[in-house]
Design a protein around this ligand. Structure first.
Ligand code: SF4
Length: 322
């Protein structure tokens, strides 16, 4: 094989240079079913074969690639005229894939990587962090601590979150012994900024019964509740043990569910998790209920971020210890 005429996608200059020193070169391009191109470069020196490079590159998804993962209901919840318009604009880089609540997280992530420009949930949270940290400077912790269900300690705000104490300083830095991550940090600061201090009503409602959440309803159902259910189905005992470690407390049976557990991501934002096991022809169900006062104490983006954050955290713990 003539070196200078060879095309090796995914092969960096360094490798080319090194390979060029050898006499016999074989290049084995392979295409996997998943649409990814796998390039395996092997060098033969005498009878010794050395694998010098293995790289996965993702083909840029086409309109049809995206369309086949959409429900094609043309519901317009993404703000576009329909699924075809959504898919077309996505391939042109004019529409974020995360704009459709029905596109799974896995596909959104995989295709976003292929487009090489869209932001992950964590990146979006990191950008929001800078914004909310700036606003925190105007807040007097002494004045707001009680209405938030926290207290002021050494000029910092102490708030209990998922069963652990968190200390927030005036620059928006969070100090805690555990699960200190951006999924908790941004909603916690938003809570400090937006909480009206309304007391819990004791009345549980579905996400879509809260005030001003309609545009988020499907995102919450598909990207939070469904993921909670999947994890609960696959690792039922472990899932509820982890919920317990996050401060979850079983409560009196609610809505005839098999498991009813309340967790407190923030003092005035409890989540009631109700899980019904699969029974005969009935599938399992997991629903998250909120206190009716929730919309007055936190913004809807933060409710969603808390839900996503909690389930991502649980998935990581399961992966590590499950
Ligand atoms: S939200 Fe999703 S399913 Fe609805 S029109 Fe947009 S792309 Fe199609």
């Amino acid at each position: 094989m003539a070196l200078k005429n060879s095309v090796w996608p995914g092969c960096g200059r360094k490798i080319r240079h090194k390979i060029a020193m050898f006499e016999h070169i074989k290049c084995f391009p392979e295409t996997a079913d998943c649409g990814k191109e796998k390039i395996l470069i092997k060098v033969t020196i005498g009878t010794n074969k050395i694998q010098t490079g293995l790289k996965m590159t993702m083909k840029r998804p086409s309109v049809l690639d995206i369309l086949k993962h959409l429900p094609r209901t043309n519901c317009k919840e993404c703000g576009q005229a329909g699924c075809m318009a959504f898919a077309t604009l996505a391939t042109q880089g004019k529409q974020e894939l995360s704009g459709c609540p029905y596109l799974s997280d896995d596909i959104t992530k995989e295709y976003s990587e292929a487009f090489g420009k869209q932001k992950s949930f964590e990146q979006q949270q990191a950008e929001s962090l800078v914004f909310v940290q700036e606003k925190l400077k105007d807040i007097d912790f002494d004045q707001v601590a009680e209405s938030l269900g926290g207290k002021c300690v050494d000029e910092m705000l102490l708030v209990e979150c998922l069963g652990r104490n968190f200390m927030l300083d005036k620059s928006g830095n969070l100090h805690s012994e555990c699960h200190n991550n951006i999924w908790v940090q941004v909603p916690l600061i938003s809570y400090v900024l937006n909480c009206k201090g309304i007391e819990l009503s004791g009345k549980w409602v579905r996400f879509d019964e809260l005030e001003n959440v309609m545009s988020w309803s499907n995102f919450f159902t598909h990207r939070c509740e469904h993921v909670f259910r999947q994890v609960a189905d696959e690792h039922t005992e472990l899932f509820f043990n982890i919920i317990g470690l996050l401060g979850g407390k079983p409560v009196e049976q609610q809505f005839s569910s098999d498991y009813s557990i309340v967790i407190y991501p923030l003092p005035k934002v409890p989540f009631l998790l109700c899980y019904w096991r699969e029974e005969g022809e009935f599938e399992s169900t997991l629903r998250i209920y909120f206190d009716k006062s929730t919309s007055y104490n936190i913004d809807v983006d933060s409710i969603y971020a808390l839900g996503r954050g909690i389930i991502e955290m649980i998935k990581k713990i399961i992966l590590r210890h499950g």
